[in-house]
Design a protein around this ligand. Structure first.
Ligand SMILES: Cc1cc2nc3c(=O)[nH]c(=O)nc-3n(C[C@H](O)[C@H](O)[C@H](O)COP(=O)(O)OP(=O)(O)OC[C@H]3O[C@@H](n4cnc5c(N)ncnc54)[C@H](O)[C@@H]3O)c2cc1C
Length: 453
C-alpha cells in the first residue's frame, strides 16, 4: 500500500528555515515531504535584513548542499564574487589607534564554490538581505502567520497561529529565531544568557574617499574589528562593489557597509546623554558620544565618527536607500542561548533549527553558518524518515546539532567577554603583545586558532 506523504511545517522564513525548505524539496527523489513554511512578517520587505555577514567554508558547503542548482546559480546576487586584487575577504583586528594585532591567514577564492571547497578557513562577505531574497525565490511562504504554540499528539503536531488558524503536520521545525515560541514550549528551561554588553548595528552607504581613509589606517580586510581600552569594540564589514548611485552622490562611488559598536552596558551609568531608542538620531548621537568618551583623538576615531554620521537619522526614502528595508538603529543587549546548558532535550516530532536553538554572539560570525548547517544535517537525517523511525532521524540530527552549536556558542561567548573586558593602559600593552605573538604564530605556520577543524 502506498504510504501517505508526511507533512513538515517550518515556522520562520529566515536563512535557516529557507535553506531547510530547499533541502527537503531538493531531496524529494529520496524522500518526499509535503513542506509548508510560515512566517510572522507580512511580506519579504517587512523588516531590516540589510547587514553583511561572513559565510564561511562550513556554511557555504551546507548552503550548496541544500540548494537546487536553479537557486544556487543566483547566489552571486547575495554573495558577489570577490574583486581580484582589490577585495581581501578576511578579518583583521587592530587596537584603538589602528595598530594591527591579528590578521588570521585566510584563503582567497573566486566564488562561493571556492569557499565551500576550501579546507582551511575562508569566508565570503555576504549581503544578508539579498541572500534571503535569493532563498525566497520559488518558496511559497505563508506570510503574516505568527506561530504562538503547538500541541503534540500520538499522530502528529497541531501548530497554532496568532490569527486563530491551526495546521497539522508530522514534523514541526521551529526556525523562528531567538525568541522562538516553539523553543519556549519545547525546552522552557533553556535560558537566554545576557552578556551585559550593549551593541548598536547600522547599515550605511560610504563614499569611496572615507573607505580609502579606513583602509589606509586599518588595512584592506573586508571585516575589521578594533578594540578599545574599556571593553569598547567597533566592527566595520563592507564590500568594494559600488552601489547604485543616488542622484546627489553620482560623482563619487559609494559602498555598502555594516557598522557595529559595542561596550559594557554598565558604562551607560555615568552617561550624560538621554537616549531615546525610538529616535534614531538620539541613538546615533549616543554612539558618537560614547566613541568620543572611550576612544582617544586620532585618525581612526575620526573615521569611526564620520561613519556613524552617515547613518540615517530619520526613515530614509526607500528609493534612495541602498538596503530597501530600514529599521531604526536601536541599542540592543547582546544575548545567546547555549542549547546544552540544560539536560531537557527530549527528541520528539518537534525540533529546532538556527537561532531558535542556539542564538550566539555575532562576534565570530558563526550564527547563520550554523543555522544553514542545521538545515543540511536535518534534511539528510530525514531522508531515512518513516512513520516508525522518525524519532531516530530527529535524534540523529539533534545529537550532532547540539554538540556542534553548543561549542560555537561558548567559543563566541568567551571571545565576546574577553574582548569586552576593560583592560586599561598597562593591560593593553600586555594584551596587544600576546595578540601579536598569536598573529605571528598563525601566519608563520599558516594555522588559524579560530577555525573549526
Ligand atoms: C550584527 C550581526 C552580525 C552578524 N554576522 C554574522 C556573520 O558574519 N556570520 C554568521 O554566520 N552569522 C552572523 N550573524 C547571525 C545571523 O544573522 C543569525 O544567526 C541568522 O540570521 C540566524 O538565522 P535563523 O534563520 O535561525 O533566524 P532568523 O534569521 O532570526 O530568522 C527567523 C525567522 O523567523 C521569523 N519568526 C520569528 N518568530 C516567529 C513566529 N512566532 N512565527 C513565525 N515566524 C517567526 C522571523 O521573522 C524570521 O524571519 C550576525 C547577526 C548580527 C545581529
Amino acid at each position: 500500500m502506498k504510504q501517505k506523504i508526511p507533512t513538515v511545517i517550518i515556522t520562520g522564513a529566515g536563512l535557516g528555515g529557507l535553506s531547510f525548505y530547499h533541502a527537503l524539496i531538493k531531496n524529494k527523489d529520496k524522500k518526499e515531504f509535503n513542506v509548508k513554511i510560515f512566517e510572522r512578517e507580512s511580506g519579504p520587505q517587512d523588516r531590516w535584513q540589510g547587514y553583511h555577514i561572513g559565510i564561511n567554508n562550513f556554511g557555504a558547503r551546507s548552503l550548496i548542499n541544500c540548494l537546487p542548482s536553479s537557486v544556487a546559480s543566483n547566489l552571486p546576487k547575495g554573495m558577489p564574487n570577490p574583486i581580484p586584487d582589490i577585495e581581501c575577504h578576511g578579518f583583521s583586528l587592530t587596537d584603538h589607534t589602528g595598530s594591527l594585532l591579528l590578521k588570521p591567514p585566510s584563503k582567497q577564492f573566486e566564488d562561493v564554490y571556492g569557499v565551500a571547497n576550501s579546507t582551511s578557513f575562508s569566508a565570503i562577505i555576504t549581503y544578508r538581505d539579498r541572500l534571503r531574497d535569493v532563498l525566497l525565490e520559488d518558496v511559497p511562504v505563508q506570510w503574516g502567520k505568527k506561530c504562538i504554540g503547538y500541541e503534540e499528539t500520538e499522530e502528529g503536531v497541531w501548530v497554532f497561529f496568532e490569527d486563530g488558524s491551526k495546521e497539522f503536520c508530522d514534523i514541526l521545525v521551529g526556525a523562528d529565531g531567538i525568541n522562538s515560541p516553539v523553543r519556549k514550549q519545547k525546552v522552557p528551561e533553556l535560558q537566554i544568557f545576557y552578556f551585559g554588553i550593549t551593541q548598536i548595528n547600522a547599515d550605511v552607504a560610504v563614499p569611496k574617499s572615507l573607505i580609502d581613509r579606513l583602509i589606509e589606517i586599518n588595512g584592506n580586510c573586508l571585516f575589521q574589528k578594533t578594540l578599545g581600552l574599556n571593553g569598547d569594540v567597533t566592527f566595520v564589514i563592507y564590500r568594494l562593489i559600488p552601489i547604485e548611485q543616488e542622484q546627489e552622490n553620482k560623482n563619487e562611488p559609494h559602498y555598502r557597509a555594516s557598522l557595529a559598536f559595542s561596550y559594557p552596558t554598565k558604562l551607560d551609568d555615568n552617561e550624560k546623554i538621554e537616549v531615546d531608542d525610538n529616535n534614531p538620531g538620539s541613538v546615533i548621537d549616543h554612539v558618537k558620544y560614547m566613541i568620543r568618551k572611550l576612544r582617544p583623538e586620532c585618525d581612526l576615531t575620526n573615521v569611526m565618527l564620520e561613519l556613524w554620521s552617515l547613518v540615517p537619522r530619520t526613515v530614509p526614502d526607500p528609493k534612495k536607500h541602498p538596503f530597501k528595508t530600514y529599521n531604526p538603529v536601536q541599542r540592543r543587549q547582546m544575548q545567546d542561548i547555549n542549547p546544552l546548558s540544560v539536560n531537557a532535550w527530549k527528541s520528539s516530532r518537534v525540533t529546532l533549527l538556527g537561532d531558535a536553538a542556539h542564538a550566539m554572539s555575532p562576534v565570530l560570525g558563526l550564527g547563520a553558518n550554523n543555522a544553514i548547517q542545521d538545515a543540511d544535517v536535518l534534511s539528510q537525517a530525514l531522508v531515512n524518515y518513516s512513520p516508525e523511525n522518525y524519532l531516530s532521524c530527529i535524534k540523529e540530527y539533534e545529537n550532532e546539532m547540539l554538540k556542534r552549536t553548543s561549542a560555537d556558542v561558548l567559543k563566541s561567548r568567551n571571545s565576546t567577554l574577553r574582548q569586552s573586558s576593560p583592560v586599561g593602559y598597562f593591560g593593553t600593552i600586555f594584551r596587544n603583545n600576546i595578540m601579536r605573538a598569536v598573529n605571528f604564530v598563525m601566519n608563520t605556520f599558516d594555522y588559524d586558532f579560530f577555525s573549526r577543524k
